[in-house]
Write a protein that binds this ligand. Structure first.
Ligand code: ADP
Ligand code: MG
Length: 326
């Protein structure tokens, strides 16, 4: 029998009806009602050496990324960061690693007022598991299930640079030294879109952060919302470094690249001005890239309306050989 995929595995063994929780397994965060009108948003993400990062990553960046990928899930729900726990497996107590790792981690924590309140420390292969807690008003969280036919689809920032860095490391393409420094930084030091997520509360109908690639992650929104989508690949925002790559490489990075930690969200057409104002308030660029339709499935087209083949599959920890995302 074929090996279980990551999402089938979660669905079969770890997904149960939520009783205490307002929202359980299956979204970027779980939600628990903790006070009248207030939800606690909870999310966990783990980074494993050799799987999510290469051993040559600067420890300061690794500390940053470990928290950033968790804050990104709060952002996708429109939740405000409160606190986090840190579970660490370390091969040894190497202070040359620990000092810069903690510096990177805590600098990002301080930026968002997100306090380290506990954790666990053990010897083992380098693994960083964080659980982050945030708050959001009851009924206000941005969920994967809210996209409606006719909604616009938006993407924040640019997509694909983290994957481009990975492809350069793999030797499948090349960029110059300055470009490599930029795309490597995108891969190792992603900026969680917390301000944008907060600004989109009450405006966006659904949201997800892009950790496994646009095709797969937007696919999760479509599945949970029971809708279809059409996306113009030529409208997808990309850096000048990615735009300098051959079209096939650009599309692979844009559609299947993971580790971007940008937000993909939907909003009714009547909210275009509100979306632009939210983007401005959050100092985060957003681009309109497609439309939600009724039915099922995700269709990609180019600027001339011609069909573009979807990537074979998005990242799955138990199906793919490639290293990637959380
Ligand atoms: P994300 O990319 O937003 O971090 P994932 O794709 O990792 O989300 O996970 C999909 C959903 O499955 C999330 O709701 C996550 O909380 C849940 N999940 C993942 N692993 C487990 C597990 N072992 N037990 C329970 N829920 C899980
Ligand atoms: Mg997520």
């Amino acid at each position: 029998m074929a090996q279980l995929g990551e999402f089938e595995l979660i669905a079969r063994y770890f997904t149960r009806p939520a009783h205490r929780a307002a929202l359980g397994v299956g979204d970027d965060c779980a939600l628990l009602a903790v006070a009248p009108g207030l939800m606690l948003a909870i999310s966990s993400d783990m980074l494993v050496e050799g799987r999510h990062f290469v051993s040559t990553v600067a420890p300061e960046r690794l500390g940053h990324k470990a928290l950033a990928v968790n804050l990104s899930d709060l952002a996708a729900c429109g939740a405000r960061p409160l606190a986090f726990t840190l579970a660490l497996a370390l091969p040894d107590a190497d202070e040359a690693f620990l000092a810069p790792f903690a510096r990177g981690l805590l600098a990002l924590a301080d930026r968002y007022g997100c306090e380290l309140v506990g954790g666990d420390t053990t010897r083992g292969p380098l693994t960083i598991a964080i659980t982050v807690l945030g708050e959001v008003a009851a009924g206000a969280a941005l969920l994967r299930a809210g996209a409606r036919p006719g909604d616009d689809i938006y993407v924040s920032g640019t997509l694909g640079d983290a994957r481009l860095a990975l492809e350069v490391l793999r030797g499948t393409t090349a960029v110059d030294g300055a470009a490599f420094a930029r795309v490597r930084r995108a891969m190792e030091e992603p900026q969680p879109r917390v301000a944008l997520g907060l600004a989109l509360v009450g405006i966006a109908t659904s949201a997800i952060d892009v950790s496994d690639g646009l095709a797969g992650d937007l696919g999760h929104v479509l599945g949970r919302s029971g809708v279809a989508a059409i996306v113009d690949v030529d409208a997808l925002p990309r850096s000048a470094d990615l735009a300098a790559q051959p079209v096939a490489m650009q599309r692979e990075c844009l559609l299947a690249g993971g580790d971007d930690y940008e937000l993909v969200f939907t909003a009714a057409i009547g909210q275009r001005e509100a979306v632009a104002a939210a983007a401005l308030a959050a100092a985060t660029p957003v681009a309109r890239v497609g439309r939600i339709e009724s039915g099922s499935g995700l269709r990609f087209v180019d600027g001339a309306g011609r069909d573009v083949a979807a990537p074979a599959s998005s990242f799955d920890h138990f199906r793919a050989a490639a290293p990637a995302s959380t």
